[in-house]
Design a binder for this molecule. Structure first.
Ligand code: FAD
Length: 391
């Protein structure tokens, strides 16, 4: 039976349908039994656990979002709680899924033709193939709507891609990477499903990261990469189409940041009940209770906001600024929360063995990827003022 997390203080997950609660319970057990004990060592070694892909995907985590792959109707709120459960155990494993299921499947689900969706979504959902998403470039991060320099040139039934991408998650081992490039004919951003075995495509791992070390990020170069027109995403024809994908996935990162905050808070609470100073567990000191209550308030406010933004997705009412606000607000609250959790552990807060340090470090990547706090704030600012400050 499903047990809501103690940190779901207002019990939002109790509203989920029974089959959704069962699915959450199954995934929570899988993570506790197969993932939780391994992630600190993997983080330290900066290694991705390839052996976990098949059993993780067999839990069905990749299948829920699209009608081509899901076994039953389900809500975006449920999929948000799924992301929270994954992130509460490890933000890197959640990011792996967020890239292949969120960004790659999302690009095909939102921008693909019926044929493209039917061909690629099932293979990605089952983990038979792994996807990556290449938007960011060495010289273009926040301004990727305008600043992309990767080009796509149509030659009859073939597109020729040239350029470079940076930071691309899963890209050291992905089977396909969605590449966003400017069409040399009309200057608009288009999306392409690029099999990574295509000649001219190469990916090199980014080493020495201090955040999300388990995620394999890569620099990609594209040198005269030739792909058939059938692999151009049919409905990805301007950056506004890319933004539709990001609208989905930014709400996912908001949920993920709540999971990171929950993971750190749970570890800090357990530590505070155990660690004795001045003759009693530190959990009994007023200022520690203040930090714990602040963490819980951040988590509770963020869950409430995420629940609503996901409901808006299901109501077809979610706009870019709604998920941008959720992403910027929740990641900022996460950053405070992991900092307070670290503080509660004193010196042990910076040692991997005590359960907070990994979340503390990983929070930094979530804070900046899928649009920095500044850029998501400016998307909200554009909506409330009618003036875009970033063009
Ligand atoms: P910049 O754009 O150079 O920004 C630097 C700073 O300037 C930021 O604080 C930014 O907010 C600020 N800034 C920029 N412009 C403005 C402005 N107009 N007003 C105010 N402030 C501004 N990308 C992908 O395409 N695919 C991936 O799979 C992927 N995975 C990632 C995984 C990790 C771990 C990381 C760290 C990044 C990943 N990214 C990925 C890239 C990520 O989306 C970018 O890092 C992010 O968009 C910011 O771009 P940038 O790092 O180039 O920073």
């Amino acid at each position: 039976t499903f047990v809501p997390l103690d940190s779901d203080f207002y019990g939002f997950s109790q509203r989920l349908a029974p089959h959704e609660q069962d699915a959450l319970t199954r995934v929570r057990s899988f993570l506790a039994e197969n993932v939780a004990d391994r992630v600190d060592a993997l983080w330290e070694a900066a290694e991705f656990p390839h052996d976990l892909i098949a059993p993780l995907m067999a839990t069905g985590v990749g299948t829920w979002a699209w009608e081509e792959t899901r076994a039953a109707e389900n809500s975006a709120v449920f999929r948000g709680f799924l992301t929270l459960e994954l992130s509460r155990v490890d933000a890197s494993i959640a990011t792996f899924l967020g890239v292949t299921e969120g960004l790659a499947m999302g690009s095909i689900g939102v921008c693909g033709s019926a044929e493209q969706r039917a061909e690629w979504l099932p293979k990605l959902a089952s983990g038979e193939i792994i996807g990556a998403f290449g938007l960011t470039e060495p010289l273009s991060g926040s301004d990727s709507a305008r600043g992309l320099t990767t080009t796509a040139t149509r030659e009859g039934d073939t597109w020729v891609l040239n350029g470079a991408k940076r930071w691309i998650g899963n890209a050291t081992f992905s089977d396909i990477t969605i590449i966003w490039a400017k069409d040399t004919a009309d200057g608009q951003v288009k999306g392409f499903i690029v099999p990574t075995s295509t000649p001219g495509y190469s990916a090199t791992k980014i080493e020495r990261k201090t955040s999300l070390r388990i995620v394999q990020n890569a620099d990609i170069t594209l040198t005269d990469v030739r792909i058939p027109h059938a692999l151009k995403l049919e409905n990805a024809n301007t950056f506004a189409d890319t933004a539709k994908v990001l609208r989905l996935t930014r709400a996912g990162v908001a949920w993920s940041s709540v999971g990171v905050a929950v993971g750190a808070y749970e570890a800090a609470l357990a530590y505070a009940q155990d660690r004795v100073q001045f003759g009693k567990p530190i959990a009994g000191h007023q200022l520690i209770q203040d930090l714990l209550a602040r963490c819980l308030a951040n988590i509770t406010a963020s869950i409430a906001l995420c629940v609503r933004v996901s409901e808006m997705h299901d109501e077809d009412a979610q706009r870019d600024e709604h998920s941008a606000l959720a992403k910027s607000f929740c990641t900022a609250r996460m950053r405070e929360t992991v900092g307070w959790a670290r503080e509660i552990l004193g010196g042990n807060g910076i040692v991997l063995d005590f359960g907070v340090a990994r979340f503390f470090a990983d929070a930094e990547a979530l804070y900046s990827y899928e649009g920095t706090r500044e850029m998501n704030t400016l998307i909200v600012g554009r909506s409330i003022t009618g003036t875009a400050a970033f063009v």
